[in-house]
Design a protein around this ligand. Structure first.
Ligand code: ADP
Ligand code: ZN
Ligand code: MG
Length: 493
């Protein structure tokens, strides 16, 4: 039996105003090529790089959130190689003197250790026009601050590899250090995979799969590679140490180059960067950044579990969708205000309030969530204030509107952003609770439906439900169902 051993190397672009060593804009949405460039990021002779403070702050923040030790002094090196995506002929990196070490992320309670996190600059983007015999280079990306995170080989399944990458993305988003959008190439994952015999401590030969740009690809490429290596080993063949790519269409890994490379290998060719001082950080600086770390996803999950009685699915949604989780909490606080203002404190305590919160969460995680998805696809804004949403929930709670009206009302509120009681008036959605009015409608329905009336009087209970349905249809769902029931029974007895 073989056990998969997996380690990850993940590159993430930091969200900063400017590039790592120059004042060029770091704009991930720039579509025009080669506009955010200058002599510094183009590597013209005689220029001097200057370190971007915001980038340093953000990598320190990320490293602290990932439980790393921060090096108080770290250095920059030139990683030398020749490739068209590298204007200077070298990449400035801290990979042999990393800023942070020895961290971890917990997945399902198990620590996946982070070996190091370091700062480096991104390279240019190569564009290969289809059917042409040339490639184009867009240097906008060259010099954008990147962090590289390297894990220990602590992962044993494709699923955990994927979960690690997802958790990292979420943490970086909570910290606002990166959008880490994989589709946009802001987060790129490299998976290292080897197999070893179940009981042996010796690690097998590893293969690296480069540039995975979706979580699905991380999962599939890892599983594909595990299966490929297993087959080789079972046939007594050797796994060759190599760098592979992932073909997202054919769903398979393919060899790019063998590792080691022989005499012409430029891997690990480094020279000190003479134009940058070592990066020296004081304790005060580090502690100040530590104090700015917000609640992290795993902490929010724990807190929500303790504070609210919600399903795991709902909590998961509020952790993954940070903004929605914040919205939910604002609605809860508005519901609290509503209970206080209406002097309902005696009636709505403890379990009753939990019911109210659950009702709110129900609507937020289903109906509202659905409307939000549609709106963001259309690029629309979300206009319901937490206060108005809380009022909407209180109306359902008090039985002032039926669930049918609630859905209509929510759609109206979503589009217009208005307050629910006003929309109810304007759109004529108010529930009919006036007994004389309801009696009039009931009498009319009784007159028009002699057969069901007869059936009911002969003892057929279902016939009453039919009549209730008729009244609901006539009032477009606005009649108060409890009251109609009572009135019908009275009129037919
Ligand atoms: P290299 O020198 O080839 O870059 P490193 O020791 O720097 O190798 O490790 C690179 C990545 O590969 C790390 O994420 C590490 O956890 C992982 N790794 C190391 N050895 C193995 C192995 N035998 N199987 C799977 N992953 C491994
Ligand atoms: Zn520049
Ligand atoms: Mg390495």
């Amino acid at each position: 039996m073989y056990k998969p051993i997996i380690g990850l190397e993940i590159h993430v672009e930091l969200k900063t105003k400017s590039k790592l060593f120059c004042a060029c804009s770091n704009n991930p949405d720039e579509t025009k090529p080669n506009v955010n460039i200058c002599p510094i990021c183009m590597g013209h002779p005689g220029v001097l790089p200057v370190i971007n403070k915001e980038a340093v702050k953000k990598i320190v923040k990320a490293a602290l959130a990932l439980n790393c030790e921060i090096a108080k002094s770290s250095e920059f090196y030139r990683k030398l190689y020749f490739y068209p995506d590298l204007p200077k002929g070298y990449q400035i990196s801290q990979d042999i003197s990393p800023l942070a070490k020895n961290g971890f992320i917990k997945i399902d309670g198990k620590k996946i250790r982070v070996h190091e996190i370091h700062l480096e600059e991104d390279v240019a983007k190569l564009v290969h026009p289809q059917g042409e015999d040339y490639s184009l280079v867009d240097f906008n990306r060259a010099g954008i601050p990147l962090i590289e995170l390297v894990t220990e080989p602590d992962i044993n399944s494709a699923l955990v590899a994927r979960r690690f990458a997802q958790e990292l993305q979420l943490i970086l988003r909570y910290l606002n250090v990166s959008d880490a959008n994989m589709e946009k190439g802001q987060m790129r994952v490299e998976v290292n995979v080897s197999l070893s015999s179940e009981h042996s401590k010796k690690l097998g030969t590893k293969v690296e799969i480069k540039n995975l740009n979706s979580f699905r690809a991380v999962n599939e490429a890892t599983n594909f590679e595990i299966a490929r290596q297993k087959k080789l080993l079972e046939e007594n063949k050797k796994v060759v140490p190599e760098t592979m790519g992932w073909d997202d269409e054919k769903r398979l890994t393919f060899s790019q180059r063998e590792k080691g490379g022989g005499a012409f290998s430029t891997e690990d060719f480094h020279a000190p960067e003479p134009n940058l001082f070592p990066l020296r950080l004081t304790d005060t600086y580090i502690e100040k950044i530590r104090s700015e770390i917000p609640e992290l996803p795993s902490q929010r999950e724990e807190r929500f579990k303790k504070e609210y009685h919600l399903s795991g699915k709902e909590i998961g949604l509020y952790v993954i969708q940070k903004d929605l989780g914040e919205y939910f909490e604002k609605v809860v606080s508005e519901l609290n205000n509503w209970v206080k203002a209406k002097k309902l404190k005696e009636k709505i305590t403890g379990n009753e309030f939990k019911k109210l919160v659950k009702l709110a969460s129900n609507y937020i995680s289903t109906d509202l969530q659905g409307l939000l998805r549609g709106a963001s696809a259309r690029g629309e804004d979300f206009l319901i204030t937490p206060e108005n949403f809380a009022e909407f929930i209180s109306m359902i709670y008090l039985g002032e509107i039926s669930s049918k009206i609630a859905k209509t009302l929510l759609k109206e509120m979503f589009g217009a952003g208005g307050d629910p009681s006003q929309i109810i008036e304007e759109k004529g959605l108010r529930q009919i609770t006036d007994e004389t009015e309801l009696e009039k409608i009931a009498k009319d329905v009784i007159k028009k439906n002699p057969k069901p009336v007869g059936d009911y009087q002969k003892g057929k209970e279902e016939a009453l439900q039919f009549l209730v349905g008729q009244i609901m249809a006539q009032t477009k769902g606005k009649a108060n169902p409890e009251k109609i029931n009572k009135i019908l029974r009275k009129l037919l007895s």
